[in-house]
Design a protein around this ligand. Structure first.
Ligand code: NAD
Length: 364
């Protein structure tokens, strides 16, 4: 059986990483007598001059048609230039779930003393919160009008010429994401779901998220529900991470906490991810385009390959997913063919391609 899947190469280090991930995924499928017909596209900074946009409509159309995509990281210019391709994709395809499992694999170098029991799943709301990109630039008339409006409603005085970003949290999106988290917990035999907010300070926005999670939790009495403040959670994650299972968070906290959790299990090079909606799903590494490593054959391909494992499970290619994950786990445990970021011995380091070769040897 063949699957048609959109492949977005990304920019920076994206294309070289995705090339290796594709090789490993194709090999795991081949062993199972299956194959993927890839529709390959570029997106990001490198195509802006030619296409006038970092995310052409034909890329979106391909994902809508195929329903599944594997995506390389894409650079987002800081404070200027085009808006994030990643945010645009999530918005245009309503990919409201960001799924980021953080599981420790034996052999990986990490600063945590007992990492063996870390097996967290981060479920981040992907469509609203400060990440929605609704912003008012400083010194603009509309921004000054907004400042006056806020003051007129007795909501406090904001310093003149401030910039403003809007944090909107809706009941609809909060219930939708927490329901997904509980369904995920149920389907994957997970024991608890922890909703994470700062509801003691942001009583309306984060408070709404917390109450929505509490309400949804009542539908799933078999799954333990907890609420945790985000600052306190960060402390626990670096001291007692094994006490947590599934975490569900609004967009910005989810973004930050997922990088923290990636750090617990060995870093961005080994943390996979997926963005999932009702109709489409886009699988991608947690890390960005790491442009300083472009063309150096140094970065860890595991994050994108493990994102491929999530993708294979999603399309019910469970055998290929298992073969691929086991191969990656064996290469981690073997420790001889790993990239610089997770190698315990800095003298025993290989490149992106050579680590992928080792994974492919394990598949065969
Ligand atoms: P980054 O994740 O690209 O890199 C930060 C550091 O993490 C690197 O310097 C490197 O030391 C390490 N790292 C990242 N990937 C690694 C890998 N595969 N193996 C080993 N080490 C790895 O973060 P950044 O430098 O802050 O962002 C670069 C660009 O990527 C920015 O424009 C950012 O907006 C964008 N970004 C894109 C995505 C995405 O496409 N989903 C996600 C995050 C950041």
């Amino acid at each position: 059986m063949s699957h048609k899947i959109t492949l977005i190469r990304g920019d920076g280090s994206g294309p070289e990483l995705i090339e290796q991930a594709k090789r490993a995924i194709d090999k795991a499928m081949e062993i199972c007598g299956k194959n993927i017909e890839w529709e390959i596209f570029d997106a990001g900074a490198d195509i802006v001059a030619k296409e006038g946009t970092p995310l052409p409509d034909y890329v979106i159309d391909s994902i809508k048609r195929n329903k599944i995509a594997l995506k390389g990281p894409v650079t987002t210019p800081l404070g200027k230039g085009f808006r994030s391709v990643n945010v645009e994709l999530r918005k245009k395809l309503d990919l409201y779930v960001s799924l980021r499992p953080c599981k420790y694999y034996k052999g990986i170098k990490t600063r945590i003393i007992n990492p063996e029991n870390i097996d967290l799943v981060i479920i981040r709301e992907n469509t609203e919160d400060l990440y929605a990109g609704i912003e008012f630039e400083n010194n603009k008339e509309e921004t000054n009008d907004l400042l006056k409006f806020i003051e007129s409603k007795n909501k406090g005085k904001i310093r003149e010429n401030s910039a403003i970003s809007i944090k909107a949290i809706s009941e609809f999106a909060s219930k939708r994401i927490t329901k997904y988290a509980f369904e995920y917990a149920k389907d994957n035999s997970r024991k608890s779901v922890t909703a994470v907010t700062k509801s003691n300070i942001m009583k309306f926005s984060d408070g709404l998220f917390m109450h929505a999670a509490e309400e949804i939790s009542k539908i799933y009495p078999e799954i333990k529900f907890k609420h945790k403040l985000v600052d306190s959670l960060c402390m626990d994650l670096v001291t007692i991470p094994e006490n947590y299972d599934v975490l569900v968070l609004p967009n910005l906290y989810g973004d930050i906490v997922s990088d923290l959790c990636a750090g617990l299990i060995g870093g961005l090079g080994v943390a996979p991810g997926a963005n999932i909606g009702e109709n489409c799903a886009v699988f991608e590494a947690v890390h960005g385009s790491a442009p300083e490593f472009k063309g150096k054959n140094m970065l860890n391909p595991a994050s994108l390959i493990l994102s491929g494992v999530l993708m294979l499970k999603f399309i019910n290619e469970n055998k290929a997913a298992e073969i691929l994950e086991n191969a990656v786990a064996k290469v981690f445990e073997d420790e001889r063919y790993v990239t610089f970021d997770i190698a315990k011995d800095p003298k025993k380091v290989v490149g992106t391609k050579q680590m992928t070769d080792a994974i492919i040897r394990e598949i065969c």
